[in-house]
Ligand binder design. Structure first.
Ligand code: ASP
Length: 586
């Protein structure tokens, strides 16, 4: 037996016991002839001590230990002279009678401490060492607990966990597919699933009316900060349900997770907001409702006063940043530059300062104090506040105001990661028009059903009609993040065909790409719907972080690389030949 206890286990009540521990040497130090060793494993740290009068070979072994050596140590649990209340095992130490070095370690490239001295790159390269550190251990422990609670909840509701294949055909979730060449079928490729969407729907056709899977998904997207090319979803589907059933089931799940993992109560029922409201009031389909600072449209109030920028804008909107009237000229200039960055994309910024000494704005030339006062009143602005105004195309400007709102909310400390404000966004438009390609795209995905009351519009050939079609689609939003989303699905082969037609996917192409699901719908597909949660992000937000990378054991970096195993990498000519693949050399 390698050990009788873990390094996090022993307490004052264990004094007098002879124990054996195994773990990694966190550090060792000599003090007045005695050697102290901090021994670490997943469960904690226990202090070991080799007395000055211990046998010489034991003292020598103790002295020879380097950081991260793996040892087995036997001795008696004794009460510590100087206790460490910060450590769970801080009241005891082990007076050693033997040390067995199980393995040596070279000096690690960074310190295995809560605050490591290693930079991000070196820690990524030695991820297995980074994972020895407490913050990452806690992150993975949290992830495990959330997975466990998720399975418990869904099992208790009759959901079956069913695996679906990874080597499949393209699933359209709006990103590019990762593809895998098939050696046995030269010139042909599998796609890795962007989600198990079509398979879970086929499981519904098969009669497994409550399905879930904690499943890896793959999307070859341009990597924005904090995106991973492979990520994990809690993927779920149910039959014989309406939107209400799905929302009820999964807010129940989130409520259970919040309660059991964080001991946090979330409102019941959860607030809901329509997509249109979210866009108008927060400039985002994933509003952070931990704070107000809502967007107000002031187009009518500012037009016709001679300010041509506003006069020619289809939309003018504003937010009120409380207590920011003391922004200096320099700060306002910097903020103007900030909104002009491509990431925000505004052309300029107009402000109104609600100063102690009266209202001042960057457009005083055009507006009387009464005009400005009326705008202030519309926004509920008080003395000391700062009103920020943007203008342009309606949705674009709302979006920019939304980004500015988040920035100001952050500056004002209104985005506390320990405060949780979940809500459902509902009533999404079914389709989104893309000017560039002159066609509609599915806002969620092409399997999402139009609302029954919008069926007539859905069969219209007019763009304006189709733009108005709403879907029974919903997103679970938390603190400005989309944590999950789903919809009631199309279960009628004819409606599905119409959907492909609306999306400009010809009958032949639809049959080639999605024939399997259209065919399946002919064999008694039940009404069904579901959703998927982004599991990595659920973990990160529960952990109070906005980086999912810390919650994934072996993540990729911003360039989609795993620097530890150095992947992606070239493959042998032999492999290429087997696959009948030639690499184009430019
Ligand atoms: N497959 C969808 C997604 O990955 C979720 C769903 O509609 O259930 O976003």
């Amino acid at each position: 037996m390698y050990r009788t206890h873990t390094c996090g286990e022993l307490r004052i009540g264990d004094t007098g016991k002879t124990v054996t521990l195994a773990g990694w040497v966190q550090k060792s130090r000599k003090l007045g002839g005695m050697t102290f060793i901090d021994l670490r494993d997943r469960y904690g740290i226990t202090q070991l001590v080799v007395e000055a009068d211990a046998p010489a070979d034991l003292v020598e072994t103790a002295t020879s230990l380097g950081r991260e050596y793996v040892i087995q140590a036997t001795g008696e649990v004794v009460e510590r002279q100087s206790k460490n209340p910060k450590m769970a095992t801080g009241e005891v130490e082990i007076r050693l009678s033997g040390i067995n070095i199980l393995n040596k370690s070279v000096t690690p490239p960074f310190t295995i401490e809560d605050e490591s001295d290693g930079g991000e790159d070196i820690r990524a390269k030695y991820r297995y060492l980074d994972l020895r550190r407490n913050p990452l251990k806690e992150a993975l422990t949290l992830r495990h607990r959330i997975a466990h609670e998720t399975r418990n909840y869904l099992d208790s509701k009759g959901f079956m966990e069913i695996e679906t294949p990874y080597l499949i055909k393209s699933t359209p979730e709006g990103a590019r597919d990762f593809v895998v060449p098939s050696r046995m079928n030269p010139g042909q490729f599998y796609a890795l699933p962007q989600s198990p969407q079509t398979f879970k729907q086929l499981l519904m056709v098969a009669g497994y009316d409550r399905y879930f899977q904690i499943v890896r998904c793959f999307r070859d997207e341009d990597l924005r900060a904090d995106r991973q090319p492979e990520f994990t979803q809690i993927d779920c589907e149910m039959s014989f349900v309406e939107q209400e059933d799905v929302l009820g089931m999964f807010e129940g799940m989130m409520r259970t997770l919040f309660k059991n993992v964080l001991d946090v109560e979330i409102p019941s029922p959860l607030p809901r907001m329509s997509w249109f409201d979210a866009m108008d009031r927060y400039g985002s389909d994933k509003p952070d409702v931990r704070f107000g600072m809502e967007i107000h449209e002031i187009t009518a109030m500012v037009q016709g006063k001679g300010f041509s920028v506003f006069d020619s804008a289809p939309y003018v909107g504003a937010i009120c940043a409380q207590g920011c009237a003391n922004y200096t000229r320099k700060q306002l200039d910097a903020l103007t530059e900030w909104v002009k960055r491509p990431q925000v994309g505004a052309k300029g910024l107009v402000y109104i300062k609600m100063g102690e000494d009266g209202i001042k704005s960057s457009v005083d030339k055009f507006y009387t104090p009464e005009d400005l006062g009326a705008i202030a009143q519309n926004l509920g602005a008080k003395t000391g506040d700062l009103i920020l105004i943007l203008c342009g195309d309606k949705r674009k400007t709302q979006n920019q105001l939304g980004v500015l709102r988040l920035e100001m909310g952050g500056r004002l400390g209104l985005r506390n990661p320990k405060v949780f404000a979940p809500l459902w966004i509902v009533d999404f438009p079914l389709l989104e028009w893309d000017d560039e390609t002159q066609r509609f795209y599915a806002m969620h995905h092409p399997f999402t059903a139009p609302k029954p009351e919008h069926m007539d519009l859905f069969y219209s050939n007019k763009k304006e009609d189709l733009e108005q079609v709403c879907a029974n689609a919903y997103d679970f939003v938390l603190n400005g993040n989309e944590l999950g989303g789903g919809s009631i699905r199309i279960h009628d082969a004819e409606v599905q065909k119409r959907m492909f037609e609306v999306l400009g996917i010809g009958a032949e192409e639809a049959q080639y790409k999605f024939g399997f699901i259209i065919n399946a719908f002919q064999f008694g597909a039940p009404p069904h719907g579901g959703l998927a949660f982004g599991f990595d992000r659920v973990c990160a937000l529960f952990g109070g972080s906005d980086s999912i990378r810390d919650y994934i054991a072996f993540p990729k970096n911003n360039q989609g690389r795993d620097v530890m195993i150095d992947s992606p990498s070239e493959i042998d000519q032999v492999q290429l030949d087997e696959l009948q693949i030639d690499i184009k050399k430019n």
